[in-house]
Design a protein around this ligand. Structure first.
Ligand code: FES
Length: 109
């Protein structure tokens, strides 16, 4: 099963076993990753699942392109939007994500 590491704002890391086919958000929430709140349940309507993906990973991990819906929501995030900003609910776990480390954008509840 792919393992994704979520790095919090304080530098602490949560390593998550992420089932292929689930969204990255669902895997994070199932493991209680702080900062991935997912208030809308994955409908791209809340931006509380925002994280940052490193430039190299954007190129290498075959992430799906940002949809218009995700793009609009990323303009509404509480943390700054960067080139690596993504909504974790819009990314499906694949084997290509094994070993990925992302930076959580929010502080969480
Ligand atoms: S869970 Fe709401 S936008 Fe991702």
């Amino acid at each position: 099963m792919p393992v994704i590491t979520f790095r919090r704002l304080d530098g602490a890391e949560d390593r998550v076993d992420a089932p292929v086919g689930a969204s990255v958000m669902k895997a994070a929430v199932a493991h209680g990753v702080p900062g991935i709140v997912a208030e809308c349940g994955g409908q791209a309507m809340c931006a509380t699942c925002h994280f940052y993906v490193a430039d190299q990973d954007l190129a290498d991990r075959s992430l799906p392109p940002v949809s218009d819906e995700e793009d609009e929501m990323l303009d509404c995030t509480s943390a700054p939007r960067t080139a690596g900003s993504r909504l974790s609910c819009q990314i499906e776990v694949t084997d290509a994500l094994d070993g990925l480390t992302v930076d959580v954008a929010g502080e969480g509840p």
